[in-house]
Design a protein around this ligand. Structure first.
Ligand code: SF4
Length: 261
């Protein structure tokens, strides 16, 4: 277990990279406890701290993720395992950057998930294949708009200095385009601000990503209602046709006095 202490995240990431290179060259087993990895996200470095990384004698590096949810009869909550796999996939991507500069190193796409066994405090482990999650995350990261490009499009003098007045900060935040979705409520401190803005604009994103996906080129609630009422939209568009059919069925149900929810 190499010593990974260093000053600051940058220093710890450099120390981790050195330890990984030395361990690979030594050709034995090594365990890196809470290493620090760097990954470029939208042009800015982000520092990540996996629970552990194992270096195998053949030069393979394996991410180890320790979670507190139980593994009961060798299986765990699929949603929680999925979230852990997505998290581990990001570590795999960060490790691949270091491996590319290390002779004989290869990052394993199977990670070790360690959980409590049944309801005890004994650990148990399972190997999880994260190839799919790694591919999805890689694609999403390459498609992210660079922070410099977003900043360049903002009005001159825009600042997010917390010392500014609420009005000034509100104007600054409004200057940055956002794509609100109900999932934001669980993850982002700006969720209430973005939700109010999305509702004021009648954006269909506020109804959820799946609804947004179904509505194709229709981006506002007013546009959807107009398309359903036959006032707007191309009848050849399958979304418009489906909306009109739904509106006709609804009208028919209401006329017939059938209960409508
Ligand atoms: S709530 Fe947060 S994540 Fe969601 S759109 Fe706004 S800024 Fe982006």
């Amino acid at each position: 277990m190499p010593d990974l202490t260093a000053a600051g995240p940058e220093g710890r990431a450099a120390r981790t990279a050195l330890a990984l290179r030395e361990a690979t060259a030594a050709g034995g087993w090594s365990l890196l406890d809470h290493p620090m990895l760097a990954l470029e996200v939208a042009g800015s470095p982000v520092y990540l701290e996996p629970d552990a990384v194992v270096v195998h004698p053949d030069g393979t590096w394996t991410v180890v993720e320790i979670k507190s949810f139980p593994m009961i009869d060798s299986s765990a909550d699929a949603a929680k395992v999925g979230a852990a796999a997505r998290q581990a996939a990001v570590y795999v991507l960060a490790l691949e950057r270091v491996a590319a500069l290390t002779e004989g190193a290869e990052v394993g796409h199977r990670v070790l998930l360690v959980c409590p066994k049944d309801f005890s405090n004994l650990p148990t482990a399972s190997v999880v294949d994260v190839r799919k999650q790694r591919a999805v995350t890689h694609r999403q990261l390459t498609r992210l708009t660079r922070v410099e490009d977003i900043a360049a499009a903002l009005p001159e003098g825009t600042t997010f200095d917390p010392g500014r007045s609420p009005e000034e900060l509100g104007t600054a935040v409004d200057a940055v385009p956002a794509a609100y979705a109900p999932e934001c409520l669980a993850a982002c401190e700006l969720a209430f601000h973005c939700r109010a803005k999305a509702r004021a604009q009648g954006a269909v994103e506020a109804l959820g990503r799946s609804v947004r996906g179904e509505l194709g080129s229709l981006t506002t609630v007013a546009g959807v209602l107009a398309a359903a009422a036959g006032k707007e939209g191309d009848p050849a568009d399958p979304t418009v046709a489906a909306l009109r059919r739904a509106a006709a069925l609804r009208a028919e149900a209401l006329e017939g006095g059938a209960p409508c929810r």
